[in-house]
Design a protein around this ligand. Sequence first.
Ligand code: SF4
Length: 312
Amino acid sequence: MQEPAPLTPVQETTLSLLRRSGDALVFDEGFVTHLRDQAEAALAVLSTRLGGETLWVSKGFLARVHGCEVRHLAPDDFAWRPATAAGFVAHKAIELALNWRGEPAPGEVVDEALARLADQADGRGAYVAGLTDGELAELRSRAVDRTTKFLQDFPPLPLSAHPVLEAAAKWRPPGTIELSGKVDLVVGRPAGRESRLLIIDFKSGGHSPFHRDDLRFYALVQTMRQGVPPRKLVTYYLDYSESEVEDVTEGALEAALARTLDGIERHIELTAEGREPLKKVGVACRWCPLQSECAEGTAFVRGDDPEAEPDL
Ligand code: SF4
């Protein structure tokens, strides 16, 4: 059998950040039960205020409602582009690479991933199947870049660690509000009440405080559905080979619940209860479809709004 390749310095550094140090982490059972009771009670009240409407709450929903409220209320104009689709293609390629016989070449697993995705009967499949040659070339190039960086710089993942790519978690308490999260990678096997799961998101760009909020929200959903909080939250920056790591704590889970409930309440005020939305000028104005009709956003993008949020 072939010897595994020695770890590179950057793989060693990342591995040391992800490893468990000290005793096993076990959250107080009473804390988890209380957090769940608190969440269920608050979501039942918020469901009533929604007046029967079903609401799916995701990390994207929370980022939008805590950002510019005018933008939050605008119709959703999301459409896949090579820059945004590269993530799911690379995740599929990495999933194949983890199970590949022999040493996988990034281009090879990306091509296989694209072929499989094009056969998928969903929005992603339809997008990949309908690409022009130029779009396909751009998407392939971006996905190969992400896959190569992951395979070369992230520590190898043994299948015995139960790695799951694009891991989804949902929680539906009584009422009409459902929480759902998805992260790029979950690693670890449950064992009784011990917190073992590592939650990992990969990012192509630079740091943003929203990345931590996204992971905390996933940790909350995972805690609600499994009754056991994860161990660590990791944002891994592919271009920099750097990790931002946060240990899951009672405080982090309480903060995630407070932000989630606050976001849902804002949405209800704006939709069911008719409150006027507030504009929040910031870096997101650059990609806002309403920018051409928004004087504040246009001024910010031109660089002449001294009150605006600084760039992140
Ligand atoms: S341009 Fe900026 S301030 Fe204006 S609606 Fe869009 S996000 Fe809000």
